[in-house]
Design a protein around this ligand. Sequence first.
Ligand code: HEC
Ligand code: HEC
Ligand code: HEC
Ligand code: HEC
Length: 419
Amino acid sequence: MKKVLFSIFIGLSMLSHANAFEGDAKAGKTKAASCAACHGANGIGIMDAYPNIAGQHADYIVKQLKAFKANSDRSDPVMSPMAAALSEQDMADVAAYFASFGLDGSAPAVTEEASSDSSATSAAPVARAQAKAVYVADASSGKALYEHGDEARGITACIDCHGKEGNSDVLINPNLSSQHPEYIEKQLKAFKSDTRHNASMNQVSVNLTNEDIANLGAYFKDPSAVGDVKASAAKIVVRSFTGDVAEGKTKAATCAACHGADGNALIAMYPSLAGQGEAYLVKQITNFKSGARKDPVMSGMVAALSADDIQNISAYFASQTLKPAVTETSARGKQLYMSGDAKAGITACVACHSINGKGIDKAGFPAVAGQSATYLKSQLMKFRTKERNNDNNSMMQNIAIKLTKKDADALSSYMASLK
Ligand code: HEC
Ligand code: HEC
Ligand code: HEC
Ligand code: HEC
């Protein structure tokens, strides 16, 4: 687990520097000549095995090129040597160039350069060969999974991160719309088998079946083709917990004074525990008990709990429903949360705490949505001064140290306002 978290952190810390070089699309056009053999002059891959990169977010393209070059989170016999030859400035330039096209390879928004020169834009999107799959993929099932996920099977809705019809607003989350099905399927299998590393995607893909993957590929090929099909949500949702919820409820009586009987705290300085991830709660209670996380009140409260008690209490609070108070949001907080701040080296919180603030419990990332702003701010400040230092590989301390008090205020308001 530690190793996994460490590689996540390295990946993300690289990400915060993705913008260090300003890309120049004009310079990129010349440099992209060597890419055209496979990705097309306008970023539309000439074969199914070559992904479309037209209209992809520049930040995302740079991040992938760096990963290929480092042979770290992503490695490919074709792309790794290609990327090895590129400087950071080259990467920024070719990324700016390919990002300037439409997702379908259509001409960039008219600039003087583009309108006087038609060589890049004359390459029409190449017709794609039909994949000769054995299973007949069903784009509308792909759409249903994309939009709703399948909670019973532990599959997160993709739309939360990749946006409506595969057009994402978050710059580090790639656009998927109009991508080759064969490429999509290869990537989902790579994430699933952990040969391509990304905290969110490894977690999301682990429960996908081959049929799911084929259906998703069929959906992305042309999301608008099933635009009118109403995607239905998977029906029965069974949430399961490792601990015994009923046992936990009895043991949790002593916690009610501060955290509320149902885990909704009534006083802002106490965190709500309702709906928080079970694994995260177990880690925190265990950390309070061992002294790895220090709090004079909490260490006394949990000193007498056994490992079973801790698991059961955590299951109980995780099973409860959070009732967030209505609070004011913050535009600055949203911007920082979604995109970070490349100049200040602040990693986007969305990468770990997820788009809706619900976190990714299996990776150890807590929910922050609807939590009391007072409590959230207090924790950011404690990470900043290292008073709280129980985060693996100091991943929160390294981020919090770069936040100003104003940033922390804005972020706390935004997170508290998430439902
Ligand atoms: C010989 C063919 C070839 C050439 C030339 C080539 N690529 Fe690639 N590229 C590929 C293949 C194959 C993949 C998919 C690798 C995989 O499956 O992970 C890829 C993947 C990518 C990706 C990741 C796309 C995504 O959606 O994640 C980017 C970005 C990229 N290439 C950029 C470039 C750039 C920039 C150049 C020129 C400097 C270039 N490529 C030259 C074959 C090529
Ligand atoms: C918590 C956010 C999140 C969720 C939910 C999510 N993704 Fe992703 N996805 C990402 C990120 C971030 C990347 C880029 C990974 C990287 O940098 O290598 C990505 C990459 C991908 C890629 C590779 C794209 C490329 O161009 O190489 C595919 C395919 C994909 N996701 C499909 C899905 C599908 C299908 C689902 C739903 C079953 C899903 N994603 C759910 C965040 C998410
Ligand atoms: C007298 C008030 C009080 C009581 C009773 C109490 N707590 Fe707490 N709890 C706190 C405070 C204050 C914090 C925040 C500590 C900090 O700032 O790090 C906290 C934090 C926590 C956290 C960390 C939450 C997070 O989001 O990281 C957990 C988990 C927790 N308490 C569990 C319990 C359990 C289980 C019990 C009962 C056995 C309990 N608490 C009883 C006051 C209390
Ligand atoms: C690399 C992943 C990662 C990123 C990026 C990240 N966090 Fe965290 N965050 C964590 C982890 C892991 C924890 C829990 C640490 C522990 O085990 O105690 C955490 C804990 C927190 C907590 C305390 C929650 C609680 O209930 O006590 C807050 C608040 C928080 N993060 C806010 C943020 C904000 C704001 C950002 C963006 C500026 C951010 N995080 C970015 C991984 C991350």
